[in-house]
Write a protein that binds this ligand. Sequence first.
Ligand code: HEM
Length: 517
Amino acid sequence: YIWPSPQLDALEAARFDQLGLDGEQLAGRLNPCDSFVFALDGSGRTNAADWIRTAWSDVATYDASAGTGGLDASIRFGEEQQRPENAGTSASDTFAVVTPTRYIGYADTLALMTTMAIENCGGPVIPFRGGRVDATEANAPGVPQPQQDLSSHTAAFARAGFSQTDMIGLVACGHTFGGVQHSVYPNIVNVLNEPNDADDVADFDSTFVTFDNNVASEYISGTTKNPLVVGFNDTTNSDKRIFGSDGNVTMKSFAQSPSLFASTCSSLFARMLDTVPSGVELTDVITPLPIKPAFVEFSLNNKSLEMAGQVRFWNQTQSQVGTVIMLWDDHLGGTGIETLKFFGTGTYKAGQVSSAWYGFNTSSPNTNKILNLDPVAGVERLRFLVNDQVQDQGGVGFAVQDAYMFSDTSCITLNEPQIGLVVGRLDVAVRTSANLTRLYIETSGSDAFGRVTVTETDITRPAQPVVPNPAYELWSLTVNSTFGFTIGAVVDGEKFSTTLGRSVNTNQWPACPGVLI
Ligand code: HEM
């Protein structure tokens, strides 16, 4: 895709900027793969397995003919979690740590965490798409249970759009992680009395923390301890019935070829995660942008314009990238230039892939700001010169928006810490030559289903705006309390939003002239 695109940029960052500099928080919950944040070490459980099972429990309600159910995060509702088919705490544990955002809701987070759990813990890369829509109510029941017979399982997978061979694959791919807990399924697993397994989890294979084909090779060689294959209660040996349902042809092929197992699981997991209610349109597969600006933000400092930002070079080390020169086209046909400074390293896939981040300024790395730009010239688009090559998205450049921006004249008019009240005057600089038809602040909240909502509060043009320089005028809005917000505008008929958000906070804003705080 062509940068910028707020939703795709956010999905791309969550997927590929996992740990290290500018790492998103999500991947940290899967690092290392045997971590389990809901109990002391040694419980025998892992977050990674929890996410994968939760995703399956969400998807398994899908009814292909009706187009209902599927991956829509309906499993976050207590009504679904309390059903016997979803026994245990996998779903409540996982959703306890999810904070949906404006661009990435519960369902995309579930799909993303599942993807990262599999990939980061030894599994194949899974093509990931975003754009799932969060359900507002529980779906109809339909998650297969171990005591059901083979024909019920085949029928349940068929209802969800998966053939018998898919069923064997999907169960094997899922059950290379985790196991069955005694406390949840005492009729399947006895007390184990193992020192490192406080939760008495009978694992599906000997390497239950990582993805590999041992679930198949141990099954075929007869050494498996999978509690759904060799459990003492044959009624609940559902993996045995499923794995053997084609005379072991599929499981033998998995046992013989780790790469066949990995590629089969990659495509089955992708299909599973992309199983969504009819009417939901997923994005294209998100691939990493080789060069990606981020956190680009303008502000007006009276007579001069300031541009903050960073740029990421995917799958490159600092020495491979070398010197980065940023060029920008201005509104007057001129070009600006600045040498950028290496800022740090971010990683993907539990550290297996690194990317190099450069900041927009050489002199103040913490703010990554270029100062003293001419506001009349402004900035239209960025290009990067790396190893003597111009990087500009095939000629279009990286478009930026300087039609409106935060003005550093914003200030606090009242601060009453005793009652937690802060009132401020937000000043937004508007470029007078821009075709800006609406200006507003965006504040985030949530609806009755926990989904993020964004409320827009208009900022109107004053009758006599302050004019700090020939290119901009100031529009103002009284804002209160210590909430954070972003600034939005409609420019040339298109909606834009700043990325960082400025909180009304005395640490960041000075007192207005004549105000004692
Ligand atoms: C007939 C189909 C299936 C049945 C009957 C079944 C049954 C079970 C049962 C009883 C557990 C134990 C849960 C616990 O103790 O908390 C479990 C765990 C698990 N299942 Fe399945 N499962 C099926 C299919 C799948 C599929 C298709 C996937 C993923 C693609 C999957 C992924 C997992 C994972 C990762 C765990 C481990 C959870 C953990 O250790 O926290 N299962 N399954």
